[in-house]
Design a protein around this ligand. Sequence first.
Ligand code: NAD
Ligand code: MG
Length: 390
Amino acid sequence: MARLTILGATGTIGRNTLDVVARHPDRYSLHALTANTDWQRMAELCREHRPAVAVMTDVDAARELATALDGETEVLAGPVALAAVAAAPDSDIVMAAIVGAAGLMPTLAAVRAGKRVLLANKEALVMSGALFMETARRYGAELVPIDSEHNAVFQCLPHPRAGGLAGAGVRRIVLTASGGPFRGWSPERLDAVTPEQAVAHPNWVMGPKISVDSATMMNKGLEVIEACWLFDALPAQVEVVVHPQSIVHSLVEYADGSVLAQLSNPDMRTPIAHALAWPERIDAGVARLDLAQLATLEFEAPDHGRFPCLQLAFDALAAGGAAPAILNAANESAVAAFLDGRLKFTTIARIIRTTLDALGGRTASDLDAVLAVDAEARTRAEREIRRSGH
Ligand code: NAD
Ligand code: MG
């Protein structure tokens, strides 16, 4: 019986994880669920799944939850409790599914505690890359990627992989991208995109932030950085191809010309079930793939002109140091402003570029420096957002 904690349980990934776990009561028990403010949804999840502990980052929300639950689940509050529960000895597996930089400290706490960490929170890794991977090595944490692309690559690589990618004969990693809801749109149409349009992804149901990232293609940029760290790949070894059907989740090309791919219907329960049970396989409740019905799988090169965010991520990767953390922070600020109606869709990339240009040369070798640069980039981006006056 493996004991599980889900950070970000009320989100899309959190709820998909609960769906998979509920199919296997003989294999998994729930230690803790965490969320930010949505205590009503957390109360429903607690009644249905009966975790021992629930943590709300927001103190008022924790109070409401405790009243609503009447003592069945222990309710804790605040960021210190969140990090403590992520590291607690009562769980073996931690699903890191908080969105954005808010996930960094609890995810690192789980890594430091040497857990199997199912990594959905890509922003944490993008912000702290070298530090994050070094911490995982030092404390023996087992990172299994949840991002469908990285989970696909993980499945296509040999285990164990002595000698890194070169030792395994890998030539390159190809990440697929759906192209988002605005693939093929004219610059004029892109200029008038609304938040409602941007969060309506054609293939995946996701939280609002990653949906906007998918629409700008920053999501793929963050994933390129994520892939370099997770698989110890050089930026030149990672390529992006647009694949509108989201059936081929990513590919690995070997020296002999073989290309291995992982395919499945676009349903996050597949990578979640894979990561939970690895190296075993369990049912995920996902519909079987019907290739004859699908008939066509298309691939095309990304359009860097209309979707400049992808190149910005490659640029941040090349710049190194704190540039990926700055990219991530500026993106989080710009996306939040776009969702609030304070910024045009097409201005998101400009805010990120300006912030990178202003702060690009920074380095951040320890956690305090990462957090400081993150805060500085947000202040800078916010100033640009106000200046761009939408
Ligand atoms: P979501 O918005 O649906 O859920 C986010 C969760 O994080 C919620 O439980 C929320 O309570 C919690 N949270 C938000 N802010 C917080 C804060 N300040 N403190 C503590 N908790 C906080 O997001 P999602 O779509 O489930 O995505 C979660 C993560 O997984 C993201 O990093 C995303 O990039 C990644 N991811 C998601 C998908 C997907 O299909 N949804 C796919 C790949 C990767
Ligand atoms: Mg992905």
